[in-house]
Design a protein around this ligand. Structure first.
Ligand SMILES: *Cc1c(COP(=O)(O)O)cnc(C)c1O
Length: 410
């Protein structure tokens, strides 16, 4: 017999998964009801309403795809891309590559453009490329978790709308943690995830899209033979699981029988969103910025430097240059082993060069910020690194006590 599952309690300060809100975890223990139970249908509708609030949109369609965030990306790109459609993907980190990969596998003729990791694009540069390529779709990451950089979107969205280009944005790492204005920025489809700033376990990908996207989905509608023998469509979406033409009918009053909705995850998402509604979106964004300020003050007081172009820093992810002569992985392992604190390394060309600290959702709170600073400082010193010992916590506490006016690096 295996023992009852009882893993250690950790302080999660990575850019996902982050600690789930205790109320969300309690909601997950609520007994299962059937997927067509009127009470469950009401929970679905309430979740759609809460998602519209969180996405800051008047779109009718706002619902979760069951699967991690990339399931939402796959569903949206599969729905809008047909064979040889032109798609532009500007890449400024790992997740831009993911968008390009999924768009390519969806059959698109993909044009990528890249900028150096650690900075964002000038919006005019992307607009010039849109003029040149004349794509059907531009797919772009908002907060690039791999580099801690956030791409401004407002001008690109406006240009796309005026020129009949579809604008699809991955807001997986930013939704619920920092400003994201679906309608005001003219974003046609947005994809998010639960395990980052929403403070819910991983396993769902909330999406929203407008009538421009819905039109394509309806044109490609194809219902399973087991439900409708007459349904045919040569333009049908290639995936069954990610077929938004069927999934949106499941989330409509027709309640088409597609998948079985993930009951406990939906309970979790609803509770997570309800917490956001209670806190207030603006108040929540301010909370994330406040803890970021304390964290950065602590890191800088320690003598560490931040990675990346400060103008485009994500408020919910802080990337740190690993000091010369320090082994980044050994420091992380000591933090995990001795303090139970987890921070992240990163990918590709930046691996071994930076650490990433997430301050997202429920993980974004004072105890965690103080805990991560203490663990980082002690672990760097344990591995022979030089820092200004004892300064970090005092600098962070100064911010918490309102003694520090402005963020030095911003
Ligand atoms: C985490 C993340 C993803 C992928 O999320 P999964 O839930 O692991 O599929 C995609 N895009 C961005 C920007 C992310 O931060």
């Amino acid at each position: 017999m295996l023992r009852e599952l009882n893993p250690s309690i950790r302080t999660l300060m990575t850019p996902g998964p982050v600690e789930a809100e205790p109320r969300v975890l309690r909601a997950m223990a609520i007994p299962i009801i059937g997927q067509f139970d009127p009470e469950f249908l009401a929970i679905m509708d309430e979740t759609m309403e809460l998602l519209r609030m969180t996405f800051q949109t008047k779109n009718h369609w706002a619902y979760p795809i069951d699967g991690t965030s990339r399931s939402g990306i796959e569903a949206v790109l599969n729905a809008v891309i047909e064979s040889d459609d032109k798609v532009i993907v500007p890449i400024f980190g790992r997740f831009g590559h993911l968008l390009a990969e999924i768009a390519t596998r969806s059959g698109a003729d993909v044009t990528t453009m890249e900028c150096e990791w650690g900075t964002a694009f000038d919006q005019e540069e992307i607009i010039a490329e849109i003029k040149r390529v004349k794509p059907k779709v531009v797919a772009l990451v908002h907060g690039e978790t791999s580099t801690g950089i956030m791409q401004p979107l407002d001008k690109i969205g406006k240009f796309c709308r005026e020129n009949d280009v579809l604008f699809v944005v991955d807001a997986v790492a930013t939704l619920g943690g920092t400003e994201f204005k679906t309608d005001e920025w003219f974003v046609d489809a947005v994809i998010s995830g639960t395990q980052k700033c929403l403070g819910v376990p991983t396993g769902m990908s909330p999406i929203t899209y407008n009538d421009r996207i819905e039109k394509i989905i309806l044109e490609r509608r194809k219902i399973e033979q087991g439900l409708d023998r007459t349904s045919e469509n040569p333009r049908r979406i290639q995936s069954n699981y990610f077929d938004l033409s069927q999934i949106q009918e499941y989330w409509s009053p027709k309640r088409l029988n597609h998948h079985t909705e993930a009951t406990s995850m939906l309970y979790a998402l609803r509770e997570g969103l309800r917490i956001i509604q209670e806190e207030g979106l603006q108040e929540r964004f301010e909370r994330h910025e406040f803890h970021e300020k304390a964290l950065v003050a602590g890191l800088e007081a320690m003598g560490l430097t931040l990675f990346g172009d400060a103008r485009y820093k994500m408020p919910v992810v802080t990337c740190i240059n690993i000091p010369e002569g320090v082994n980044g992985d050994e420091v992380r392992f000591t933090m995990a082993k001795e303090f139970g604190v987890e921070i992240a390394s990163t990918f590709g060309s930046l691996a071994g060069k930076i650490w990433r600290i997430g301050s997202m959702g429920f993980s974004c709170r004072k105890e965690n910020v103080l805990h991560v600073l203490a663990a980082l400082e002690a672990s760097i010193r344990r591995h022979g690194g030089k820092v200004n010992a004892g300064e970090a916590l005092q600098a962070a506490l100064d911010v918490y006590e309102g003694k520090t006016a402005a963020l030095a690096s911003k």
